[in-house]
Design a protein around this ligand. Sequence first.
Ligand code: GDP
Length: 264
Amino acid sequence: LPILVHLFLYFQKAAPTAQPTFLLVGPSGGGKTALLTLAERKTVIPTHTSTAPLAIEAVLPEDFTPSTAHYRSPGDPSYERARRFLLLDTPGHGKLRHFATTQLTNPTNVRGIIFVVDAASVAEEAGLNEAAEYLHDVLLALQKRYTGATTSKGPKEIPVLIAANKLDLFTALPPHLVKLSLEKAISEVRKSRAKGLKDSGVALGGEDDGLDEEREWLGEGGEGAFEFRQMEEVGTGVTVMGGNVLGGDGTDVKGWWEWVAEHL
Ligand code: GDP
């Protein structure tokens, strides 16, 4: 379990100006390892792999330009440097999940979070609920990070990409339905969590109860439906994009790399 702690401490120590990092999260089986392997082929200097098996140094494929490198020319060393980033895998199941969400509130140089989800598994209730619970916790951790910030400026934005993977499967939901299904399921998670808080007796405490409940409520107040759009108020843009890491006709992760380029 403490491997993630070591990993983060390692990066903090070894890299005072930490490399831009993207976290890979999501339920087990979504395709995180497959994506990591794909990105690793583009690796130029795999310096971190021996010490940190969960992190790889990736290089943005040629066809994409990092937002910070638009005015530099190819061949310029700073242009090449600007294409590098770390991809940090987090285990998708069990107690480690909680661990990953805790880390989200204390990132070194996290530019974004990639939530990989199997678009076929969210077509079914069990898969959808698992993904929604996980995503709810990730988003709530980001919201708390934002609302709990002590500086008046607020912390730097951490956007989330929901990578709807396995679109090569004919049972996969199209991305817009992945989005709607997750929003609906997260609305339910939000409701049952709020009820759980009440029932567990948190409400017996004192005058802070309202506050506590508010802090645990994802997105805007009120009973309405949850929408990803609500996360913009707390510094997190959420984008849903489809793709497939594997599949008969090969790989299609263009949209995801574009998103990475935009936030690199
Ligand atoms: P992780 O648990 O999130 O790391 O998921 P893995 O990367 O281990 O992938 C789980 C399974 O899904 C593996 O058998 C992969 O081969 C398969 N898989 C990953 N990406 C795709 C995809 O785009 N299409 C299809 N059809 N299968 C995929």
